[in-house]
Design a protein around this ligand. Sequence first.
Ligand code: ATP
Ligand code: MG
Length: 551
Amino acid sequence: MSSEEKSLNFLEEIIENDLAAGKYQSIHTRFPPEPNGYLHIGHAKSIYVNFGLAKKYGGKTNLRFDDTNPVTEDTEYVHSIKEDIKWLGFEWTAEFYASDYFDTLYEYAVKLINKGLAYIDDSSSEEIARLKGTPTEPGKDSTFRHRSIEENLRLFSEMKEGKYKDGEKVLRAKIDMVHTNMLMRDPIIYRIKHAHHHRTGDKWCIYPMYDFAHGQSDSIEKITHSICTLEFIPHRELYEWLIQQLDIFPSHQYEFARLNMTYTVMSKRKLLQLVNEGHVAGWDDPRMPTISGFRRKGYTPASIRNFCEKIGVARRENLIDLSLLEFCLREDLNHTAKRVMAVLDPIKLVITNYPEGKTEELKTENGPDESMGHRHISFSNTLWIEREDFMEVPAKKWFRLAPGAMVRLKSAYIVKCESFVKDNNGNLTEIHCTYIPESKSGQDTSGIQVKGTIHWLNAADAVPAEIRLYDRLFKVENPSSEEGDFKEYINPDSLVVLSNSFVEPSLLDALNNEHFQFIRKGYFFPDKTSSKDKLIFNRTATLKDTWVKKV
Ligand code: ATP
Ligand code: MG
């Protein structure tokens, strides 16, 4: 289906109706990350939705850092977030920070106090929670609820000036303590926090709460469609109340289901634990569901965008299978990744009837499309092949090497296994073959048909490389829903490092943005630490989904 034929998702419907009704001339969305961690694949969905809608309808998208919590935020995160969005292929119209609006937000709070719609509460947080009631019990008014406007103005100004300690006072909106929506029971909108902020430094010791910054920031930026995830549904009422009482630009909030994916965790708090406790090597560890982790593993921006397109947006929560993301990657790389040879678990193959000291240059294709061109690989009497391509006692339907069996060496000759050598411990050390000189690929006149083709490398020029094989980070589909600590479900085999592997010499020049298909082995990508002195390749994905349930 082309995108034109596809039916509209619910957000597109809302936008088209709004535009048709003349409610807005053009739309304006925003992506509002809190700079307290690296972006993950869930954020990619939000980015795709926000930037994608604006692009489709000729609108604009702001990048707004929601940095109202001074304690957990850091500029390292700001940098990584910007890098990741750009890498995904999106450009923001403007870059803003909620902290840029601290002065305006303060004025808004004063405005609410002046309207008799906010008050300073001296109660402890326990007392505030106690009086709040429960979803089935009404709340009760705080004794401070009836303070005069003058007193509230004075106290709020003193809070700002640093006269009080953390937690001594808060500013609350005066709404309704018996409201059915708990968030409308006089929510706290400002709190005291004597903390250094990564942008405003020590200028402020009071900070607005999320609910008193988010909608207001949307409004200041004239965001028409403020798109967020379903857990914000109960906040919508407060979002609208505040905009109405402050009489500012009427931004509207719309909610969609967040992305949940199998075999991973997605909350930044949990990801931070994995990093801090050393379960992974950092935010960009290729096992992490972060954008930077996927990038380091070898994912392409197109594959992630395509994944976001496929999962779509809806208002119902679901759990997306990780293999869909892998599917999108294979779809992208199948036609574009250069096909090369690498032997991950090498065993020596000696061709006894091939002249000692002779080297031949053989032509091999770079990929299925002719446009990808070809290259030359060298061949001699001593090769590396994959240990698993030989069976001393062949299984049924074994088309690879075994005593007496024949296979084709990819782009080279047909060989026949004559014998093998073992060391004193019974470990296989060498396989001895003869080759059929008339069977050279492309000019085969031997008339011999073989069913198996295996990959190989010339031992004389194969280059040692470290290969990192990644698997799912968790053993269970939904680690967050299991009993106990989610970290108990970490897959102990999520990383296997092969340090005796070999690759083609052409890979010495592999750039850090080149994707490869190691023939028969999967998609691989040079690690960011790979160098000519030590080649390191990350497996991005296997060629086929190895987790498909065996029937
Ligand atoms: P987390 O729960 O992982 O800590 P968050 O919601 O606190 O994430 P923010 O930085 O506030 O992270 O998120 C920025 C935007 O990305 C928000 O609009 C949020 O709704 C959206 N978002 C976060 N996680 C997901 C997800 N899994 N799927 C879709 N959108 C998401
Ligand atoms: Mg958030």
